[in-house]
Ligand binder design. Structure first.
Ligand code: PXP
Length: 251
């Protein structure tokens, strides 16, 4: 299958806020990073407002909504508080993720299949408000089918397990996980869902995921913010873009 279009890069700026919050100061400013990302060719900005506000804060979301010209992907847990914040700002996209206070980052995918009725009701007003609702899930077919059933527009496939296996040198397990992601992308596309992917992606592991013809968007944060210490944010993003495009060439 030919790629469905140019692969979009969403830059997650959460960890600019992590560094700022480490000192309780006003810098580095996530909005400034978002504007740099935009100038470097990012197609969207992702920000995760966690329940504990450990990185992005409410004022950051307000500043991003007012300040950026590219789409905002508002990531949040499926709580009443986050729904009302999303409805107030009406971001381009709302990505629902599972959230546990004690976790360091989003560890697993959302259990859509186990929460169908509640999530159907939860996303209805977001859809009515014009937000593209995305489910952050593993590649389990049950979760993909459930996401289609509740009326989500998008699934974002969790690449965290794949990237961890590769980082641990477990090549054949990583290849198996990648195969699962590939099958998941195909299934999701066949059900009419737009397919995104993200979590743990780096220069070294991005190519096989970028080469999935069904995937329309990658969301990448931690690695890019880290890499920007050495290269600057613009060049770090441009190099990721180059690798994504190279992986897509010749498909
Ligand atoms: N997509 C989702 C849904 C996420 O929760 C995260 C992490 O906040 C990312 C993508 C980006 O992951 P990373 O920071 O590891 O690139």
């Amino acid at each position: 299958m030919k790629p469905l279009g140019r692969l979009r890069l969403g830059v997650n700026i959460d960890h600019v806020a992590t560094v700022r919050n480490a000192r309780g100061s006003a810098w580095p400013d996530p909005l400034r990073a978002a504007l740099l990302a935009e100038a470097a060719g990012a197609d969207g900005i992702t920000a995760h407002l966690r329940e504990d506000r450990r990185h992005i804060r409410d004022a950051d979301i307000e500043a991003l909504v007012a300040g950026i010209s590219i789409p905002l992907n508002f990531e949040c847990a499926a709580t009443a508080e986050m729904q009302s914040i999303a409805l107030r700002h009406r971001p381009h996209a709302v990505c629902l993720v599972p959230e546990k206070r004690e976790e360091r980052t989003t560890e697993g995918g959302l259990d859509v299949a186990g929460d169908i009725d509640r999530l159907t009701d939860y996303i209805a007003p977001l859809r009515e408000a014009g937000c593209r609702v995305s489910m952050f899930i593993g590649h389990d077919p049950r979760q993909i089918e459930a996401s289609a059933r509740i009326g989500a527009a998008v699934v974002e496939l969790h690449t965290g397990h794949y990237s961890e296996l590769l980082a641990d040198g477990l090549e054949s397990a990583a290849a198996e996980e990648l195969e699962g992601l590939r099958r998941g992308a195909r299934l999701a596309h066949s059900l009419g869902l737009e397919v995104h992917a993200g979590h743990g992606l780096t220069y070294d592991n991005v190519a096989p995921v970028a080469a999935f013809a069904e995937v329309m968007e990658l969301n990448i944060g931690h690695f890019l913010i880290g890499e920007s210490i050495y290269r600057g944010l613009g060049p770090a993003i441009e190099e990721m873009r180059r690798r994504m495009d190279a992986a897509r060439e010749g498909l």
